[in-house]
Design a protein. Structure first.
Length: 405
């Protein structure tokens, strides 16, 4: 496989009309998650930074970046989804609406006595699993976390420090997800996974809705003036699907254009869109990429359908796209903020930079309407969740920024 950035403009209509439901991503639904998150100790909206100097360099009107490195001290956005899904599960056990169970009530001894012991299980590259382990500890419950081969020892240690029983297994992410589900069925655990499949859709949907707090914060910080373009990264597509669903539900035909960035080695959404068949196409193999958080070869069915029906473009990104983004944000032009963005967090900035600066991408820019009037939003989904890896890339140039566009 050539190490080349590839983009697909999503003009294909797979059905006479879109079929992906938008109601779960309405403001009325997503604000339930935001209200729960607001009840959690340590909650604060993460910063939205303006990068006017980089905007001028790239030839666009404005660039804003939502920095999730400061989320609950966990350096990543993932806790928003896992925590909300776990809270919704407990609310279901109690037969109550989530609005009746703010964080202090949910973590009380009285609630724990009523629901008894719950073990939450998940598969993760690091960020999601740490969020699940952290929330389980807050709830005074247990957690079991499996990580695919090639996972960072530093991220494994961070998960264990949250109190989880965690280990790295000798299989790729998607096989580890299946193994986790089997173990959970055998032991009576509750699977908290953002990968949806037939028969397992309720918790993944709650996770996606939990991610919605991020976008509601961003829109408030933008004073409810939507951007023209949103660049969003995708692993299984749950986060990207939420962004697409929320923007489509809120703005309809006037919604911002959404450009989805995936790791080339695990570009199941890109390949699925390219096939023009409407079904999600899995990608197998070891899925080894610097973008560990995006190393997922099988799509979340809910997220895929939203992106299939509404996303404007899909990009299959080699590792150099992410490392370019990391270096761009970590070494800002004078006057712009310094932002520590991890491998999966920075790929959207790298993609935007290449699209705007590369002569070979002129046609893609034109098709997407990326120009001097564009107001772009990117989300840095993680900070340096593996600090040594971050330094290896940004300081020592471990993965070179090859200009094969």
């Amino acid at each position: 496989m050539q190490d080349i950035l590839q983009c697909f403009i999503n003009h294909t209509s797979f059905t006479e009309r879109p079929t992906a439901p938008l109601a779960p991503f309405s403001y009325q639904e997503l604000v339930k998650a935001l209200n729960f998150h607001r009840s959690m100790p340590g909650y604060a909206p993460t910063p939205l930074y303006h990068l006017p100097i980089l905007s001028k360099e790239l030839g666009i009107k404005s660039l804003c970046l939502k920095d999730e490195s400061q989320r609950f001290g966990l350096k990543a956005f993932k806790v928003l989804g896992g925590a909300y899904a776990m809270a919704r599960h407990i609310a279901d056990l109690l037969g109550k609406d989530i609005s009746e169970l703010p964080f202090d009530v949910m973590t009380s001894d009285a609630v724990r006595k009523e629901i008894k012991e719950v073990t939450f299980a998940t598969t993760t590259d690091g960020n999601h699993g740490r969020g699940v382990a952290w929330m389980a500890r807050q709830l005074k419950q247990k957690s079991v976390v499996y990580m695919p081969k090639g996972s960072s020892q530093e991220r494994l240690t961070a998960i264990r420090n949250e109190g989880a029983r965690a280990e790295i297994v000798d299989m790729n992410y998607d096989d580890a997800v299946r193994m986790t589900a089997e173990q959970a069925k055998e032991h009576g655990w509750v699977v908290v996974q953002d990968t949806a499949w037939p028969g397992y859709e309720k918790i993944p949907l709650w996770i996606m809705q939990g991610y919605g707090s991020l976008m509601l914060e961003a829109m408030n910080q933008l004073h409810q003036v939507p951007p023209t373009h949103v660049f969003v990264q995708a692993g299984v597509g749950s986060f990207a699907g939420m962004v697409q669903g929320m923007l489509t539900a809120a703005y309809g035909e006037n919604r911002p254009k959404v450009i989805v960035a995936e790791a080339l080695i695990a570009d199941c959404l890109y390949r699925s869109a390219l096939s023009k068949k409407g079904a999600a196409i899995p990608v197998g193999g070891d899925l080894q990429t610097v973008m560990a958080g995006l190393a997922c070869g099988e799509a979340n069915s809910i997220g895929w359908e939203l992106l299939r029906d509404y996303a404007d473009a899909f990009a299959s990104c080699p590792d150099f796209v992410a490392t370019l983004g990391m270096r761009t944000l970590g070494n800002p032009l004078p006057g712009d903020p310094h932002i520590v963005s991890g491998e999966s967090g920075a790929v959207t900035t790298g993609l935007l930079s290449i699209l705007m600066r590369s002569p070979e991408m002129a046609q893609i820019r034109e098709q997407l309407g990326l120009n001097q009037d564009s107001r772009v939003l990117v989300i840095s989904t993680e900070g340096d969740t593996d600090p040594q890896r971050y330094r290896d890339i940004v300081w020592d140039g471990e993965i070179p920024s090859f200009k094969k566009y």
